[in-house]
Design a protein around this ligand. Structure first.
Ligand code: HAM
Length: 417
């Protein structure tokens, strides 16, 4: 049996860099006042169809949708924003606090064509802010994620921002876009010909090469913003400038989800190692969505980062050890006592390994080296009798005899040096 195409195992050898990345994200999010939310991996299909949009690639082609035994149509979540909004409305969160700041980390599912940096199960770390119309929070959220990426040692990035305005601007843009697209209709792919009637904005993020070429010369939505939209976008840019966050306005930036209003942004990785899938993260404002799900009129903004892509863009650090101390039993007769010593040290908060199969002193020490343990502790008959242990620093290649009750303290001191 093999894993499903496009879905990867993360083996224990790779897990420490995942833990480091997830912990760094948690820390950063909590420093900005975000709290974690966990929502189900499976949701009613209609949740995604109604929010992401019927004519999007995600809904038309990529969702893992199935009927359960109760004849309900369910879908593996392709992203986290729709579920966040569903949970926010379902639990009337707005009644408890005027502004809610949530973060999440977890797997998402999209049946895309697998490629480097593109998988069918992938991990996102995301945030959502409910209740703040911006534009200061828009700038803070962008600044936060740009700082987070820099803190991981990823230096070559480009921050793109755009505004697609509110419903009024989009209606006026829709007309201008249709006028531009009409003479090109026959050249567009069949999907886009259909999208022209249902939702012409979707033509702008089609990945078919000829459609991309046509989209490149389309009029910009920035020309259609209302005065309020324009003031909002100006406010965002002024705040980014105050924060010293580099950005570029890209009037052709569109995102493949229908729920956005006003602010849109993406961060692209420029370094090697990423390949064609260079969008590290994407986000934007979705001021209409809470209301459209039956909640109060609540503005919102968020983003999600692709964790696999972030790991690919990060400089490769040294692999660290998952073991502090390796316990070596010098003779078969002390293996029970060595197991007891392991437990004493674990109870003192240390990460302890041993080879319970036994074996020669040399083979046990080789194993300690192999798993990169910093310290080996050797216990033989004479040590047990005298209440001492041999403490071997495997990095410095030194050895000391120390009283057993002092072992844990000595190791803690060595590890912090
Ligand atoms: P998205 O642009 O669809 O936005 O996805 C965000 C990020 O997830 C992408 O920039 C990419 O790094 C990663 N990603 C997407 N698809 C894949 C894939 N097949 N394989 C690997 N990585 C992938 C959203 O999902 C929105 N919910 C973001 C958001 C939050 N907007 C507002 N709040």
């Amino acid at each position: 049996m093999r894993a499903v195409k496009g879905m990867k195992d993360i083996l224990p050898d790779e897990i420490s860099k995942w833990h480091r990345l997830e912990n760094a994200f948690r820390q950063r999010a909590e420093a900005y006042g975000f709290r974690e939310v966990r929502f189900p991996i499976v949701e009613p299909t209609a949740l995604f169809v109604r929010s992401i949009g019927e004519t999007t690639d995600i809904v038309e082609k990529e969702m893992y949708t199935f009927t359960d035994r109760g004849d309900k149509s369910l879908t593996l979540r392709p992203e986290g924003t729709a579920s966040s909004v569903r949970a926010y409305v379902q639990h009337s969160v707005q009644a408890r606090e005027p502004v809610s700041k949530w973060y999440y980390i977890g797997p998402m599912y999209r049946r895309e064509r697998p490629a480097k940096g593109r998988y069918r199960q992938f991990y996102q770390a995301g945030i959502e802010v409910f209740g703040d119309p911006g534009p200061f929070v828009d700038a803070e959220v962008i600044d936060m994620v740009v700082g987070f990426i820099a803190s991981l040692g990823i230096t070559e990035v480009e921050v793109l921002i755009n505004s697609i305005g509110g419903p009024e601007a989009r209606e006026s843009y829709r007309e201008a876009l249709l006028e531009y697209l009409a003479p090109h209709r026959a050249e567009l792919c069949p999907d886009c010909q259909r999208r022209m009637d249902a939702n012409p904005l979707r033509v702008l993020d089609c990945k078919v090469p000829r459609c991309t070429e046509i989209a490149a010369n389309a009029p910009s939505i920035l020309q259609h913003l209302t005065d309020e939209d324009r003031a909002h976008f100006d406010g965002l840019q002024e705040t980014l400038t105050v924060l010293g966050t580099p950005y570029r306005v890209d009037g052709s930036l569109m995102r493949g989800l229908d729920y956005y209003t006003r602010t849109l942004f993406e961060v692209l990785g420029k370094g090697e190692g990423l390949g064609a899938q260079n969008a590290l993260l994407g986000g934007g404002r979705y001021d209409e969505m809470v209301k459209s799900f039956g909640g109060p009129d609540t503005p919102a903004i968020g983003f999600a980062i692709g964790l696999e892509r972030l790991l690919m863009a990060m400089p490769q650090g040294e692999s660290d050890s998952h073991v502090d101390v390796f316990i070596v039993a010098a003779q078969a007769g002390v293996r029970g006592e060595a197991t007891l010593l392991s437990r004493e040290l674990r109870d003192a908060g240390l990460r302890v390994e041993s080879d319970l199969r036994g074996g020669s002193l040399k083979s046990q020490l080789r194993r300690a080296d192999k798993i990169n343990a910093r310290i080996a502790m050797i216990l033989g008959e004479s040590e047990v009798e005298r209440g001492v242990v041999q403490l071997k620093d495997l990095q410095k290649q030194t050895q000391d005899e120390i009283p057993r009750p002092e072992a844990a303290k000595r190791i803690h001191t060595l590890l912090t040096q």
